[in-house]
Structures are given as structure tokens and as C-alpha cells.
Design a binder for this molecule. Structure first.
Ligand SMILES: Cc1ncc(COP(=O)(O)O)c(C=O)c1O
Length: 441
């Protein structure tokens, strides 16, 4: 097109028409095969064409009615009223290479298919709706949602705040990658870069977000008390994903029932995932444990925690003690959970983890190297490109399948896409040798 625009002005309209015509023809040819075969191969036309080679007919084959595609056209979802209605009802896919290696049916729920790219869309929506129901915030009044997070929850809150008439305010450590800060700002969030500090410091980023929320609400309350007739001042809610029970409730109400329905009424033997806040495992485990009915004598349905190296959850489930080697005297680091993995692993018990702890039967600890190897395996064998926490889930799932033996169905979660982890996890993955067989894992 730029070449056409530089043509002499008289030629331009014709050239433009030609360009449009050729573009339309180009698009149409995606559906049609233009067959220039010699007419002699078409008995119906052979006579005519043998006498006049210059007028060979062009045979058009309509591919729209042929069976070239292997993708069945399922009933399509109705049009949604907004981005929030796209959250949940995520698809499930079989991880074929893991099924083949274990003799089990390994299924992955694609939480990465939520519009904000992770399961945190469900949590952000539940938290905003709970705050609205409690009268803490109202849309389009200048109200705000605060959170201290450098992870997926900030992205989901930023997306939903814009969609629902709020502003997201996200506090994070000032050494968070510029990539993440830019993403949040592009999504419309106000970002506060706070110096890294201990959780007991009032300026630690989570405490900072809580304090800012309280200041805004105190000002609004004071103004309303001084003059009840004065216009309402903006209010704020602190999302508090670790302690806010709207988090596990949404997984109990939605993610759990979806898994139940997608496995033909709960025909699964194990559910495996990691814990960051603990909301996913708590909500799903509570729902499935209370719903799945096993016939007497069959193996019980099990919930298994996948934990990265350096996290305390593994020891908590195995031995009842929240302890990680990084807690050892003299070895404490700035990042307590000493792993490349983001989003899961913790060294404290949260309200959301507590809500599901008694439903967790066992735990599997996975090293960074194993997670990197699994991520590389899945991208090259299944075409599935995942982030670090999902890779931990898949290693734990593979191990559990091997331990249970063939014939079992296991469901895990693919939390987010590898594209969120290019600069760290996937960069590191380039330094790891690919596995020749999963037996080496
Ligand atoms: C990428 C990713 N995976 C997994 C999780 C863990 O989910 P949950 O907080 O429900 O335990 C998180 C939590 O932030 C996450 O960001």
C-alpha cells in the first residue's frame, strides 16, 4: 500500500481500486483452490479446451465444505457483556506425553486461559464483588482497590478495576522487574515502588497497601462525620489475597465444580497443585472432597500439594511443621522461598491455606531443575508453553501418577503461560539439558 500512495494522483484511484480488488481476491483465495489443471484431465471439458488452449477454464474448489480441519465446531459460547464474564469456565486438556509415560490420564485445567492470563482473575473478581456487596466500594465514584503484590493478582486487579469503574493501586518491591511495572501501568494501575523490607516493617509493600487503604477510608469517614450532606469522598478496599476468604470461596464455588463437571462427575483419583496464597488448593480440595463419592474398596480420592524447593508447605503437610531449610540460622535470604519459581511456595500459614489444610493428603517437593526440565519437555512434546508454578505442578503430577500406577485419572492446574516468565524461568531453561526420557526426572 505505501507504494500505491506515492503514485501520480490520476493513477491513484485506479490503483487503489485494483489494490482493494486484489486484497479481496487474496482473501477469497484462502477459501478457494484455483485449479489450472489442463482441461484434458476433465473429460467434461476436453473437447472445448483441446481446441482452444488459451481459454482453459479455471476450476474452483470450495474448501469451506471440505473436511480439511480436524477441529470440531463445538457449540459456541454466547457473546459476553464484558471482560469479567469471560472469567472461569476454563478448558481442560490432556497432557498426552505425560499420559503416555505413566499409563494414567493426565488432565490439565487451563487457568492461563482466563482473560487476565491466570486463575487470579477469579480471585480479583471475587474480592471486588465481596467489597461491593459489603458496601465498601462503589463503581465510578473514584474508589480504589489496593494490593501489595508483584504477581498475577496485580494484573487481574488492574484489568478488572478498569472494567468495573475503579482504579487499582499496586504496591511492590522497588527491585521488581521493569517489565512487570510497565505491564501494570499499561493496564491502568497506579504503581508504588516500595523499598524491600521485612513483613514486620510498616513500609513493607503489603503493609504499605493496607496503610494507604486505611488512610483513604479514614479521610472519607472523617469528612462524612463532619458534614453528612457533603459529597462522598472516594473510598478504598485492601484486597489482601492471602487472608481474604473470598479467595478460596471462589475456587470452591467455581473451579472445583468445573473440574467435577469436566471429569464426568468427579471421575478422578487425584488433584494436584501448588499453594501461593493457598486459595486454589483449599477451595478445590474442599469442594472435591465433599462431592466425590467412591465405591467401597476403591482407592480414595487424594489431594496432593506440589511445593517448590525452599518452601515450608511441604514439611507442614508431611510432618506438621512449617519449616524450610532457608529458615536455618545464618542462611536466611531476602527471598525466603529460595527458588526461581514464582507464585507458589511460602514460609507462613495463611488464612486461605488453613481453609484447605485438612483436605490435603500428601505433598511432593520439586526442585528448580526438575521444573525447568519438565517445562522444556512439555513445550517440545505437547506444544504447551507454561510458567514456573505450572511446571512444578506437572512434575508432582508425573511423580504421583508413577506412584499410583496406570489407569488413574489425575487433574492439575496450568496457572499461567510461559510468556510471563521469559526473562527469568525460560532464560534459565536455556541452560538446562533437555530430558531424553521422563524416567530421568
Ligand atoms: C502463577 C501462579 N501460580 C500459582 C499461584 C498459586 O495460587 P494460590 O494463590 O491460589 O495458591 C499463584 C498465586 O499467586 C500464581 O501467581
Amino acid at each position: 500500500m505505501p507504494a500505491l500512495l506515492s503514485l501520480h494522483s490520476e493513477a491513484a484511484p485506479t490503483a487503489l481500486l485494483l489494490a482493494i480488488a486484489s486484497a479481496l481476491l487474496g482473501a477469497y483465495s484462502a477459501y478457494l483452490v484455483i485449479d489450472f489443471r489442463d482441461a484434458s484431465r476433465h473429460p467434461r471439458d476436453s473437447k472445448k479446451n483441446s481446441s482452444s488452449p488459451s481459454t482453459h477454464p479455471i476450476q474452483l474448489t470450495d474448501l469451506t465444505s471440505s473436511k480439511l480441519s480436524t477441529i470440531p465446531l463445538a457449540p459456541l459460547q454466547p457473546v459476553r457483556a464484558g471482560v469479567e464474564e469471560l472469567i472461569g469456565n476454563t478448558p481442560m486438556v490432556e497432557l498426552r506425553s505425560l499420559s503416555a509415560a505413566t499409563g494414567c490420564r493426565i488432565l490439565a485445567k487451563l487457568e492461563l486461559a482466563n482473560p487476565g492470563g491466570s486463575a487470579k482473575d477469579r480471585v480479583a473478581l471475587a474480592i471486588i464483588e465481596a467489597a461491593e456487596a459489603a458496601g465498601q466500594i462503589s463503581p465510578n465514584c473514584g474508589d480504589a482497590v489496593f494490593e501489595g503484590t508483584s504477581g498475577s493478582t496485580g494484573i487481574s486487579l488492574a484489568m478488572l478495576a478498569s472494567a468495573k469503574g475503579y482504579t487499582a493501586h499496586i504496591a511492590l518491591p522497588d527491585d521488581t522487574s521493569t517489565e512487570k511495572v510497565q505491564l501494570l501501568e499499561t493496564l491502568g494501575a497506579v504503581v508504588y515502588k516500595v523499598r524491600p523490607a521485612s513483613i514486620v516493617d510498616s513500609d513493607q509493600y503489603v503493609n504499605f497497601a493496607r496503610r494507604k487503604t486505611n488512610e483513604i477510608n479514614a479521610a472519607a469517614d472523617a469528612a462524612a462525620a463532619a458534614n453528612p450532606e457533603a459529597p462522598r469522598l472516594p473510598r478504598a478496599v485492601f484486597a489482601d489475597q492471602f487472608e481474604n476468604e473470598a479467595n478460596w470461596h471462589t475456587h470452591f464455588k467455581h473451579t472445583g465444580p468445573e473440574i467435577f463437571a469436566q471429569t464426568d462427575g468427579g471421575k478422578l483419583d487425584a488433584f494436584i497443585t501448588g499453594a501461593g496464597t493457598g486459595g486454589t488448593i483449599a477451595g478445590v480440595a474442599r469442594f472435591l472432597k465433599s462431592t466425590i463419592k467412591r465405591s467401597p474398596g476403591s482407592t480414595p480420592f487424594r489431594v496432593i500439594l506440589a511445593d517448590p524447593q525452599g518452601s515450608g508447605f511441604y514439611n507442614r503437610i508431611k510432618y506438621g511443621v512449617m519449616y524450610a531449610p532457608t529458615e536455618q540460622e545464618g542462611t536466611r535470604r531476602r527471598h525466603q522461598v529460595d527458588t526461581i519459581v514464582e507464585g507458589i511456595g511460602l514460609n507462613r500459614i495463611t488464612v486461605n491455606f488453613q481453609a484447605g489444610e485438612k483436605y490435603i493428603d500428601d505433598a511432593v517437593c520439586v526442585s528448580d531443575k526438575e521444573a525447568l526440565q519438565m517445562a522444556k519437555w512439555l513445550v517440545s512434546h505437547d506444544g504447551i508453553f507454561i510458567g514456573s508454578s505450572s511446571a512444578i505442578n506437572c512434575v508432582a503430577t508425573y511423580r504421583t501418577a508413577k506412584a499410583l500406577g496406570p489407569g488413574h485419572t489425575i487433574v492439575t492446574i496450568l496457572c499461567d503461560s510461559g510468556s510471563r516468565h521469559l526473562s527469568k524461568f525460560w532464560k534459565e531453561a536455556q541452560t538446562v539439558e533437555p530430558l531424553e526420557s521422563l524416567d530421568n526426572l
